[in-house]
Design a protein around this ligand. Structure first.
Ligand code: DOR
Ligand code: ZN
Ligand code: ZN
Length: 357
């Protein structure tokens, strides 16, 4: 067995749900899934029910996370039409602000160009600003941020034209960072083998040419996120299937399998799952935190053995190589390869000033 010791991984893009959508996932199940996947910090998206677009909702989710989280976490604030003037005041409490420029799950889509421009201008420059932006909206987000003199992080890049535009902006010195997700790097719409409903995800699965372009631009990709977006089997099989894939418990193994195949190096992986997200999202160091991986272990994802409440995985039956066998979080064994040992309420908010005390 080749036993690797790696730093605790960071996933900057997770949909935790909770409160009115706890049947899909909550802070307990999401953070258990994260630990089982070798991830010790998650940053949680605001397209919740209720959405995190005001102080009252933020306080509710902070309380839910404090009570239930088993790993460390940060919350994102959601940009909307009603909080242009108030949003900035919440920056010290959150990991960044998310802007939705395209239709996806939830009601946070911003249509007006003026909203994009105003939010870019007002959100504090030292706090990350993220965009769900597809196609033309990638250009809109980059330009609006650049004109406001601030950085922008483009979530889940999935297409050739998008990554090429991002690469050109970076060449020109624009402060643009980006992430990709396993499903856009290892699957295409035509070969995914997923039933209708299950294959719904935003951005959609793309073409082989898109996937090839993302791999060719690995140097321009800062982070590997999961966009863990749990919906139940019944919801995926319904008349109006919501978009999204669970991914916390398969991501590292998918990337390790690609590393074994020579598609990237372990250093490439660690830069994108630890060092870069830590820098981009200003995250504190987690003292005495590491994960151990059996790099030779071959296994097949099986949702019945997972912690996520989604109850399915788009990677079922894939032959993966590399498995998490232990996670130590702040000196405590948090996952032993079979069971999550960290208890609900032991995770810490990375934005809390007493984080490392
Ligand atoms: O497929 C998706 N699901 N894309 C998103 O942008 C949102 C996510 C969700 O919250 O389910
Ligand atoms: Zn998104
Ligand atoms: Zn998302």
């Amino acid at each position: 067995m080749t036993r690797l010791r790696l730093p605790g991984l960071i996933d900057p893009h997770v949909h935790v749900r909770d409160l009115n959508q706890s049947h899909k996932e909550d802070w307990d199940s999401a953070t258990a899934a994260a630990l089982a996947g070798g991830i010790t910090t998650i940053l949680a998206m605001p397209n919740t029910q209720p959405p995190i677009t005001d102080g009252a909702a933020l306080a509710q989710y902070q309380a839910a996370a404090q009570a239930r989280a088993r790993c460390d976490y940060g919350l994102y604030f959601g940009a909307g039409p009603g909080n242009v003037e108030s949003a900035a005041r919440f920056a010290p409490q959150v990991a960044g602000m998310k802007m939705y420029l395209d239709s996806t799950f939830g009601d946070l889509k911003m249509d007006a160009l003026s909203l994009l421009v105003e939010h870019c201008a007002r959100w504090p420059k030292e706090s990350p600003l993220l965009a769900h932006a597809e196609g033309h909206h990638v250009a809109s987000a980059i330009l609006a941020a650049h004109l406001a003199g601030r950085s922008i992080h483009i979530c889940h890049v999935s297409r050739k034209d998008e990554i090429e535009l991002i690469a050109r902006a970076r060449d020109k010195g624009y402060a643009v960072t980006c992430e990709v997700c396993p499903h856009h790097m290892f699957m295409t719409l035509d070969d995914c083998g997923l039933a209708p409903g299950y294959l719904e995800v935003r951005p959609r699965l793309a073409t082989p040419a898109d996937v090839a372009a993302l791999w060719a631009h690995l140097a321009d990709i800062d982070c590997f996120a999961t966009d863990h977006a749990p919906h139940t089997r019944a919801e995926k099989e319904s008349e109006k299937p919501p978009p999204g894939f669970p991914g916390l418990e398969t991501a590292l193994a998918l990337w390790l399998t690609a590393a074994h195949q020579g598609r990237l190096t372990l250093e490439d992986l660690l830069a994108r799952m630890h060092t870069n997200p830590r820098r981009i999202f200003n995250l504190p160091e987690q003292p005495d935190t590491w994960i151990e991986v059996d790099a030779d272990c071959e296994w097949q994802p099986d949702a019945s053995r997972m912690y996520s409440r989604a109850g399915w995985t788009p990677f079922v039956g894939w032959r993966l190589r590399g498995r998490v066998i232990a996670v130590t979080l702040r000196g405590q064994l948090a996952y032993d390869g079979e069971r999550v040992l960290a208890q609900p309420g032991t995770g810490r908010d990375v934005m809390n000033s007493s984080y490392s005390v």
